[in-house]
Design a protein around this ligand. Structure first.
Ligand SMILES: [Zn+2]
Length: 387
């Protein structure tokens, strides 16, 4: 079956049946029958993206046997792992990674519990693959879609995470998040204010213990309490925008940088949190959003409802902590007809390595990014409802 006829089927509905999956798996296996073929495809794409060079002398021409992970530099005779220091750093096998990306590039998003059976790998590995790829995808969602309060998605918060307090419902994560961001002056509760201050101070201290890579360190050093635009950052750091953007994402994930409106960034400090006027505005906005009387437009409600049913159908329930990952998965599926082949793998090759610790530390922001409707030919005008 050709790729096109299959795509036609996929676009006709949200449900990816086992039958479709098996057809796709046969296609994939025909193209990449062995682990060596999968590794070689990753290597080929790294070369296309020009991201791979000798780690010692930066020579771009490496001698490598087909399917090998290690190549030899003909100039300095050193051996280099082509996945080392990249997004694919320390992957055990290439096949499940390539398969997951290959499927997603076709708009086929399945839950990690389904992927683990489908790809014949451990559930934890499948979840790790899903989370890491979604980190990359969500980094590209900044320019698209709506920014909405995460509380709009409370209907899907069924799963516990390490952020969930003992003996509390997963929903408590949302309440906790809102409590932490509540404007102290409004709450009028001195203890609450003190708690917030202490937790922020702890976070700031913690951030000092974090080891940054070279790029992150450079970006972090430039950041201050004064908002700086990403273009200015690029000029100051003399680094390409993709490096800066990846470093900023990692700093954001670690909770030491804050993204503000208009692509501007500040360092996350106690003072920016408590005094920063920009953040105050967003907190007030959050307050407004959280009000039961806040009426989202019918269009927004429709988008949110569609995302909620996507998450419920595919993943049943999720934790608040990783909500943004699932919205990224939704974007992959929504954008399917417009999705460019090889784009996701390209993004991965240009992303920094993500370690397990960073995944654990990730928490979806209070305001999440929701992808726009794929067929955004206008929203339904009927029935404005409030949340
Ligand atoms: Zn070399």
């Amino acid at each position: 079956m050709s790729d096109n006829s299959l795509n036609f089927n996929l676009f006709s509905g949200l449900v990816v049946t086992d039958e479709i999956l098996n057809v796709l798996l046969r296609q994939f296996n025909a193209k990449f029958p062995t682990e060596k073929d999968c590794l070689e495809e990753l290597y080929r794409r790294a070369k296309v993206e020009n991201v791979f060079c000798c780690r010692y002398c930066k020579n771009k021409k490496i001698e490598k046997k087909y399917g090998d992970r290690v190549g030899k530099c003909p100039r300095c005779y050193q051996r280099t792992w082509f996945t080392g220091g990249t997004f694919f750093n320390r992957i055990r096998t290439a096949r499940p990674w390539l398969l997951a990306i290959w499927l997603m590039e076709r708009g086929v998003v399945i839950s990690s519990s389904r992927f683990h059976k489908f790809a014949g790998i451990a559930q934890s590995s499948a979840l790790n693959i899903f989370k890491k790829i979604m980190m990359v995808v969500q980094n590209h969602m900044q320019e698209v879609g709506e920014t909405l309060p995460s509380s709009f998605f409370e209907l899907v918060f069924f799963k516990r995470s390490r952020e969930t307090k003992a003996r509390e419902h997963p929903l408590s994560e949302q309440e906790e998040m809102e409590k932490q961001l509540a404007v102290p002056a409004v709450s009028g509760d001195a203890n609450c204010e003190k708690d917030i201050y202490n937790s922020l101070e702890a976070k700031e201290k913690e951030s000092l213990g974090i080891e940054f890579d070279r790029c992150e360190k450079e970006v972090y050093d430039i950041l201050s309490a004064d908002p700086i635009h990403i273009d200015t950052l690029c000029q100051k750091a003399k680094l390409p925008v993709n490096k800066i953007s990846a470093a900023l994402t990692m700093l954001e994930l670690r909770g030491v940088a804050v993204r503000l409106a208009g692509d501007r960034y500040t360092r996350y400090t106690v003072s920016t949190e408590l005094k920063g006027s920009e953040l105050e505005t967003s907190k007030i906005k959050l307050k407004l959003f959280s009000q039961p009387s806040f009426a989202a437009s019918a269009g927004i409600k429709e988008l949110v409802d569609a995302a909620i049913s996507f998450i419920r159908n595919k993943f049943h329930g999720v934790s608040r902590k990783y909500l943004q990952n699932y919205l990224a998965a939704y974007w992959l599926e929504l954008a399917k007809p417009k999705w460019k082949r090889n784009l996701l793998l390209k993004w991965c090759w240009h992303f920094e390595p993500i370690c397990y610790k960073q995944i654990l530390a990730y928490v979806s922001p209070v305001e999440v990014k929701l992808p726009p409707n794929a067929s955004s030919a206008g929203f339904s005008k009927s029935g404005v409802q409030s949340f």
